[in-house]
Design a protein around this ligand. Structure first.
Ligand code: MN
Length: 204
């Protein structure tokens, strides 16, 4: 697995192609409180770019340009969180979203296990090690283990998407999935505006 660490922004020669897998690491699970530290991107070739963002300026023009490019599909696992964090810290409205967790919920109705580890195990037959999940992503020097963990969160997403797309097609739920993905920016905006816990669709 080839892992490239970049400080501040994507490299000038980065070319996304038609889709990227993307994930973020933060200092915690509350977007308003816990700063964005790392953005991981894979173009689907088994390698990963890790962008350690500047936590004072969040000045990353090349990264932001890719995130708002409607011609580039962004494949996330649990996009709801990442889209909110990217809006909060980079100020970008991420569009053209695909979420492997939503796709999984729409087709893998025979289980309630929709974590990345569960998907990668069942659909790709690979065991993931999630040990570094709660490590200090604010560290200036990330450990080799952290880098490997961060990269692992994006390198399987293209393959998962293609498996999940087949299942969505099989179950006749591709259009429903697409509508859910299109709603994600609104879901993230609700989270950032105080409706994180409250479901605006709920009856009571
Ligand atoms: Mn992650």
């Amino acid at each position: 697995m080839l892992i490239k660490l970049h400080r501040g922004d994507l490299p000038a020669d980065f070319t996304p192609g038609s889709s990227i897998a993307i994930d973020t690491e933060t200092l915690g699970l509350k977007p308003a409180r816990d700063k964005l530290c790392l953005v991981q991107i894979s173009v689907g070739d088994g390698s990963a770019h890790l962008v350690q963002v500047d936590r004072t300026t969040y000045d990353a023009p090349r990264l932001k340009a890719v995130l708002v490019d409607p011609g580039v599909t962004k494949i996330f696992h649990y996009a709801r969180f990442d889209v909110a964090v990217l809006k909060q810290y980079l100020g970008v409205d991420v569009g053209s979203i695909y979420c492997t967790k939503i796709a999984s919920r729409l087709v893998r109705t025979y289980t309630d296990r929709h974590g990345l580890k569960d998907l990668v195990k069942e659909l790709l037959g690979i065991e993931l090690d999630k040990q570094q999940q709660s490590s200090d992503w604010g560290a200036h020097m990330l450990s080799e283990q952290q880098k490997k963990y961060a990269a692992t969160d994006v390198i399987y997403l293209h393959e998962l998407k293609s498996r999940l797309d087949q299942m969505l097609e099989r179950e006749g739920r591709s259009a429903l999935a697409k509508s859910c993905f299109e709603f994600l920016p609104t879901r993230a905006a609700l989270d950032l505006s105080g409706w994180a816990e409250e479901d605006v669709f709920a009856h009571a």
